[in-house]
Design a protein around this ligand. Structure first.
Ligand SMILES: Nc1ncnc2c1ncn2[C@@H]1O[C@H](COP(=O)(O)OP(=O)(O)OP(=O)(O)O)[C@@H](O)[C@H]1O
Ligand SMILES: Nc1nc2c(c(=O)[nH]1)N[C@H]1C(S)=C(S)[C@@H](COP(=O)(O)O)O[C@H]1N2
Length: 177
């Protein structure tokens, strides 16, 4: 099975062309550093609109066969920040540990880390992970949670991810059988 990973930037201004989407690019670059397995990004740049975000998340997992979808933006308290709600609405299970760990690690960098409501969850055979919108937050957050992602994908019947040990220390409690 080919490995497809969704990258979703939810930003009113980046999607309108006011600024370049550096955060989506940062996700792609960091995943490229982590992964040895061949993979293909499926990229979407959309406004902070809940219905649009939900449709894109569903389509990436159910139709585009993405085993992992990483979102950026729309996790804060502002009225247009609705990515966590859209994520929760399309997931069968929520994994609160992702948000808890990312907020805790992010406090080393910014006191406003607690403003992010970022979460993660499972839809079918896919995992959705929310990251904040700021480009610099991508590496700060992804490095914290990525070590648990390959095993999470193993547990939900998604493809096996081979990763570069120089870049990320992936933890799998049970070896591949
Ligand atoms: N995808 C992105 N690419 C580049 N810079 C970004 C991106 N998202 C956010 N930023 C930067 O981080 C700042 C704060 O991000 P935040 O997510 O709060 O934006 P926002 O004010 O909600 O607006 P928008 O939804 O239009 O991005 C932005 O002003 C911008 O400078
Ligand atoms: N690691 C990290 N987490 C972070 C930040 C950051 O710069 N680095 N920014 C915070 C800020 S200022 C906000 S408002 C929230 C929500 O950001 P979002 O609405 O762009 O998703 O994420 C927070 N989490």
């Amino acid at each position: 099975m080919s490995i497809r990973i969704g990258i979703v930037t939810a930003s009113d201004r980046a999607s309108a062309g006011v600024y370049e989407d550096l955060s989506g690019k940062a996700i792609r670059d960091r995943l490229t550093e982590y992964l040895i397995s061949p993979w293909e990004p499926v990229y979407k740049l959309i406004p902070d609109d809940r219905e649009t975000i939900e449709q894109v998340l569903v389509s990436l997992i159910d139709e585009e066969n993405c085993c992992l979808v990483v979102t950026t933006g729309g996790t804060g308290p502002a009225p247009r920040d609705v990515t966590p709600e859209a994520t929760a609405a399309v997931c069968d299970k929520i994994l609160p540990g992702f948000g808890e760990l990312m907020r805790s690690v992010s406090l080393q960098y910014v006191p406003t880390a607690i403003l992010s409501r970022q979460t993660a969850g499972i839809r079918g055979n896919g995992l959705i992970v929310n990251l904040p919108g700021k480009p610099k937050s991508i590496r700060e957050c992804l490095d914290a949670v990525f070590p648990a992602i390959p095993y999470c994908l193993d547990l939900i019947g998604a493809p096996y991810l081979e990763c570069n040990r120089e870049q990320v220390k992936v933890f799998r409690p049970k070896p591949k059988s």
